[in-house]
Design a protein around this ligand. Sequence first.
Ligand code: HEC
Length: 134
Amino acid sequence: MKLGLVLLVSGYALWAVEGYGVYQKNCMHCHVEIMEKSLVLKNLKNLKAPPMIEVSNRLKENIVIKEEDQDVKRRVVIAFIKDYIENPSVQYSMCHPMAIERFGIMPSLKGKLSDEERQAVAEWIYDRYEGVKF
Ligand code: HEC
C-alpha cells in the first residue's frame, strides 16, 4: 500500500495527500471499506453503495489490458476512478446492473476533491485490495 511521500523539512514530517484519508472523508459514508459477499447480500438494505472492495475488484476484472501489463492496467483503472468521481453516469458505470438498480447512480463529487486527492484515493482503491481475496 502506498502511503504517499514523506518530506522531511527541518524536522517536520509533511505528508503528501494520503489516499486512505481522502477515502475516509469523502467516500466511506457510502462505500464501506471491506465486507464479505454473503454479508453484502444480508445487509443490502443498510448499504448505500457497493463496498469499495467490490468496486476495486470489479474494475480490475472488467478492465483487461493486452498482455496483462499490470502497470498499464493500474494506470487505466486509476484514470477511470479519478474521472468517475466527477462524472458518474449510467452509460459509464461498470457496476452490476442489479447494484445500480438497488443504489442508483453515484452523485458527482465535482469540485469537492483536488486533482491530487482524486489521484491519491484512486491509487488507494487500486492498491488496498491487491491480493485480498473475498
Ligand atoms: C452518496 C454516496 C456515494 C459517495 C459519497 C461516493 N460514492 Fe462511489 N458510488 C456510489 C454508488 C451508489 C455507486 C454505484 C452506482 C454507480 O456505479 O454509479 C458508486 C460507484 C462507484 C464506483 C464504481 C463505478 C463502476 O463503474 O463500477 C467508483 C469507482 C466509485 N463509486 C468511487 C467513489 C469514490 C472514490 C468516492 C469518494 C471520493 C465515492 N465513490 C463516493 C455512491 C457514492
